[in-house]
Structure formats: C-alpha cells, structure tokens
Design a protein. Structure first.
Length: 266
C-alpha cells in the first residue's frame, strides 16, 4: 500500500548549493522532498506559537543555561516541521537538515522502514552507542535499537505515533532538540537507528545555526541546590525504562565496524 509521506529539508536558505543538491539527490532516489523554511534565531529570540512555552527554570537546573536564540530557532524548526506533517495527515515524516549528504541507498533504506510500526528511526547519529541488532533491511544495512540517545537531528524518520508523542512532549522547551530525542525514555518514544548510516554531515555547512553567544543568565542558588536531585530523577526514569524494556536491550553491544562517515561521530 502506498504510504503517505513527506520529506522536509530544513534550511534558512532554500537556494543554497547544498540544499539544492540535497533535493536533487533525494529526487534521484525517488523522494520528492521539499524545503521547510527554518526558524531564524540569528536576529533575536523567535516568537512562540500556541501551546509552546519556555521552561526557563528547568533549563537552568538541567543545563545551567537557557537556550540561545539560534538553539531555539533550530528547535522550533524541527518542532514545526513535525507539527505541519502531523496536521496535514501524513503517516510519516522524514526530516533532513541542509548540512547532510545522502548515501546511495538512502531512498531504499528509508522506504524499507516505513511499514514496521517504528516511532522513530535515526538515519545517522553523532554518538556510537551499544545497540541491539534487530534485522537486515537493504543490502548491508541493518535496523538496530540503541540503548541510549544517539545525538543529532541531521536525518530521521517519524511515524504518526512518534510525531504525536514528540509534539506533546516538545511543546515544553528547555533543552536542544536533539537532547529531547535522546531523552526518549521520558515520553516513551521508541527510537531505532540504521547501520551503516545512510547520511553523513558536512562540517560547518548548515544554515540552521545551533548555537551563539552563551546567554548571560547564570543559575541561581536554588537551581544549583536542586540540580542533583533532578538529575537523579532523570537517571531513575532512564533506568526504569530500561528495566521495563529489558528484553529489547539485553543483547546490546557496541558495533564492531565503522557505522558512518560523519567526522564528529564518536
């Protein structure tokens, strides 16, 4: 059955060389992708929409700082791309940042994961984690389930269930968007990944800025006092999730071979 899918390339500059190359490469692999205009945080804090709220105190407790304007712009770019796909009734959304190069089997691997009922599939990651190998997909590519967050939002797929879970949780904003996905255990987002990766990052090429000058605000005394209890609570949530899903992670091991071409992956 034909799946109703949308593939967004998030970019501040739709005419940039890499954004246009990415669209052309995706089309050659059977994916008619579109540019999703990124939220620009370079000139000040982006405006929020209905339901979105900044959890400033939680940001200070968890990370010792609030999101910068560019980090918020990146966050909102992903959140609103996923909201748009969900609102328009798509079964799947593929989100790609414009600093990415896709590998030759990207399209085939992307299509191979659509009918498996997976909340989220990372098509590349910046952290190499212990994972459970689940099945072969296309050629040498395999579906795996990492036991911890893989970091990065350069290329991923969400099904409709995953979109809803992410939207409901991510409306409360307190950390970078890739950290939200890494904290999947807080909102039961079932995260999978592909090995070898089917995309890799071009260093310093993205138009979607991730950071800027650090915010001037510093943690207050009470932020520092509650840091460790809150950190413990998050840790207990993660361990409780692993305990409940122990069968999914019991055979987790580090990969024996290189899983991608991104220089920052480690």
């Amino acid at each position: 059955m034909q799946k109703k899918c949308i593939c967004w390339v998030i970019s501040l500059n739709s005419e940039s060389e890499n954004a246009q190359k990415l669209l052309a490469d995706l089309l050659r692999q059977g994916l008619d992708a579109e540019i999703f205009p990124a939220i620009d945080g370079r000139v000040g804090m982006p405006a929020l929409e209905g339901g979105e709220q900044i959890r400033g105190n939680l940001a200070m407790v968890r990370h010792g700082k609030r999101l910068t304007a560019s980090e918020l712009g990146c966050y909102l770019s992903h959140l609103r791309a996923i909201k748009a796909a969900y609102r328009d009734g798509y079964e799947y959304v593929c989100v790609i940042e414009d600093d990415v190069v896709i590998e030759n089997r990207f399209g085939d691997v992307y299509r191979s994961v659509l009918d498996k009922g997976l909340d989220m599939v990372r098509l590349m990651s910046l952290r190499i984690r212990k994972r459970t190998v689940l099945e072969s997909l296309v050629g040498e590519h395999r579906l795996v389930r990492p036991e911890r967050g893989g970091l990065g939002t350069q290329a991923y797929v969400l099904n409709r269930v995953g979109m809803r879970k992410f939207i409901d949780y991510a409306q409360n904003i307190y950390e970078p968007v890739d950290k939200v996905f890494d904290h999947f255990f807080l909102f039961d987002l079932k995260v999978f990944a592909v090995e070898p990766h089917v995309a890799y990052e071009l260093v310093h090429e993205t138009s979607v800025a991730k950071s800027s000058n650090t915010a001037a605000d510093k943690p207050l005394l009470w932020h520092r006092v509650v840091f460790h209890p809150v950190k413990l609570w998050f840790s207990l949530r993660r361990h409780a999730y692993r305990f409940r899903h122990w069968r999914d992670f019991r055979n987790a091991a580090m990969p024996e071979h290189e899983v991608g071409r991104t220089e920052r992956a480690r």
